[in-house]
Design a protein around this ligand. Structure first.
Ligand code: NAP
Length: 256
């Protein structure tokens, strides 16, 4: 198996953990692909390429040119376009594809979740449900904040890895540029410090950003939860260990 070439479609903690685990195993030559959205991405072992492929056709051409043997789609559950492109490109190039799909968060007793399809629907719900001058915590990417401009009576605290374009910001918006993981104590403190009355989140799943859900439950405030987009029905595993099994590579999992 030595020297076989694997493309990881990345941009997540799972993708980084997989690249690190495979660097220990040594069976696979790994290339991680990043979209290039983050200016200072986490350092990764193995080769890293940055930027789009030019759609499914471009990705299929890349797989052939680089003699890629397998692809793991470890992108974020909301990165629907690249996942669809991966499915189409791998089918076209005849390259086996596996997706790491972390389980979605599920509400537990005490949660008050408002299920919405997208950021625009979240903004509509907030505008109708909250009194003027309420403060809302947005835990979203920089490209998802523009719809909240339609809520000029509300105040926002936006926690995002990268700052959005100024023209996308709602009028009353405090920016926090932070990257998880976040602790329960920290989330409690944030809610108390800013008098947060609702949280807007995408159903990303995973542990790194789940503390806000427990903190919202304990503070008895609603979470406006943006549901996941529909992805192609690619074979999937829930975690890095499943991906290593699929690759026939099970190194010591100490750093994964
Ligand atoms: P997207 O909407 O699914 O993809 C848009 C385009 O960006 C794709 O068509 C592709 O361009 C390019 N692209 C996306 N991921 C790529 C990758 N790993 N390598 C090379 N090109 C990639 O993606 P997105 O939601 O903007 O997410 C972009 C990246 O950020 C992903 O890698 C994802 O894992 C990460 N991320 C996303 C979120 C989120 O909430 N969406 C959260 C955390 C991390 P071409 O068509 O030109 O190939």
């Amino acid at each position: 198996m030595a020297g076989r070439r694997l493309l990881i479609l990345g941009g997540t903690g799972e993708a980084a953990a997989l690249a690190r685990a495979l660097a220990q195993a040594g069976d696979w030559e790994v290339v991680t692909s990043l979209a290039g959205r983050t200016r200072a991405p986490t350092a990764l072992p193995g080769a890293v390429r940055v930027g789009g492929f030019g759609g499914a056709g471009g990705l299929a051409a890349y797989l052939r040119a680089e003699r890629i043997d397998r692809v793991i789609d470890a992108t974020h559950p909301f990165a629907a376009t690249i996942s669809a492109n991966a499915a189409a490109a791998c089918a076209e190039a005849g390259v086996p594809l596996l997706r790491i799909e972390r389980p979605a968060w599920m509400p537990v007793p005490g949660d008050r979740w408002i299920d919405v399809a997208d950021a625009a629907a979240a903004a509509d719900w907030l505008a109708g449900a909250l009194p003027a001058n309420s403060t809302v915590l947005l835990t979203l990417g920089r490209q998802e904040v523009a719809p909240f401009r339609r809520c000029p009576a509300l105040r926002f605290v936006l926690r995002s890895i990268e700052p959005p374009a100024p023209e996308d910001l709602p009028p009353n918006c405090l920016l926090l540029s932070e990257r998880g993981p976040f602790t329960l104590d920290g989330e409690h403190a944030l809610i108390a410090q800013h008098g947060i009355r609702a949280v807007v989140a995408k159903n990303a799943g995973g542990d790194a950003t789940a503390a806000k859900l427990a903190a919202a439950r304990e503070a008895a405030i609603p979470v406006v939860m943006i549901r996941r987009p529909t992805l192609p029905s690619t074979p999937a595993v829930p975690d890095v260990a499943g991906a290593l099994d699929w690759l026939g590579a099970r190194p010591e999992m100490g750093s994964a």
